[in-house]
Design a protein around this ligand. Structure first.
Ligand SMILES: [Fe+2]
Length: 250
């Protein structure tokens, strides 16, 4: 896999010289590739999204177009092609954000088989973690089998925007998924929430269940590719800092 970040990257608690490279900031969930799903329709908007992410401090993004059978049938080769084109266009325009391929894959019983068949992509194509979208209406019982088979292949299922899934209201199910080797991805903007959502997400962070943070950006308006809320809390919440700097998916 490609080099993900310079080995000499400093920890944020180390004294950094004035000319130090910027700290890594990873957006692990973003619909940035044009024309593949409900993200940007065209290349110009995709480039504007990368520009916006960069202006807000993001240094690396994992492109995670939907893979939903029957709706967005995006497969690995299409994602890699679209990513190569976006990378090239970013390089042409001097945009320094590093881009990696991935997918947000709707839960099916055969995730491991689809991965082995080269149909779907792990995060950053690193072979370590798969971003899995759970149905919002309820999690089918076959999740245990699907997660178990991924684990046999050394792949960690990462529950996409866990705060928008049935896990939010079902701590027992969340704990079972963690016991089955899963970890969670949260969207940065949930850190602004109050009440029960806030308490639940803080508990996930405290228990170190959160592997990574994402923008789940889709566009330049309602769902922008920014991590502002996470960056604001980065210095105060170690789990957020770790998720941004060394996502547990790589
Ligand atoms: Fe998403």
């Amino acid at each position: 896999m490609p080099r993900l970040w310079p080995r000499h990257t400093r920890r944020s608690d180390s004294p950094a010289p004035a000319d130090a490279e910027p700290l890594p900031v990873w957006d692990c969930h973003c619909h940035i590739l044009p024309g593949l799903d409900d993200g940007p329709a065209g290349m110009d908007t995709a480039l504007d999204m990368v520009r916006m992410a960069s202006a807000h401090g993001t240094r690396a993004m994992i492109a995670t177009p939907h893979a939903i059978q029957g709706l967005y049938g995006t497969r690995r080769p299409q994602v890699l092609r679209a990513l190569a084109e976006l990378r090239q266009r970013c390089a042409d325009q001097g945009l320094a954000v590093e881009l990696y391929p991935g997918q947000e894959v709707a839960l099916t019983p055969d995730l491991a088989e689809r991965l082995a068949a080269g149909e779907i992509l792990t995060l950053a194509d690193a072979g370590r973690a798969l971003l899995v979208e759970l149905p919002q209406s309820g999690v089918p019982p076959y999740w245990t089998q699907a997660f178990f088979r991924l684990a046999l292949d050394g792949v960690t299922p990462i529950v996409a925007h866990a705060e928008r899934t049935p896990l939010l209201g079902d701590p027992e199910l969340a704990a079972r998924m963690i016991e089955h080797g899963a970890r969670l991805q949260i969207n940065a903007r949930v850190l602004r929430a109050g009440g029960r959502i806030r308490r639940t997400v803080r508990e996930w962070l405290r228990r170190d269940w959160v592997a990574c943070v994402g923008s789940d950006g889709h566009d330049l308006g309602r769902r922008p590719p920014v991590l502002d809320e996470a960056l604001r809390e980065r210095l105060h919440v170690p789990a957020i800092r770790a998720s941004l700097e060394r996502p547990g998916v790589l």
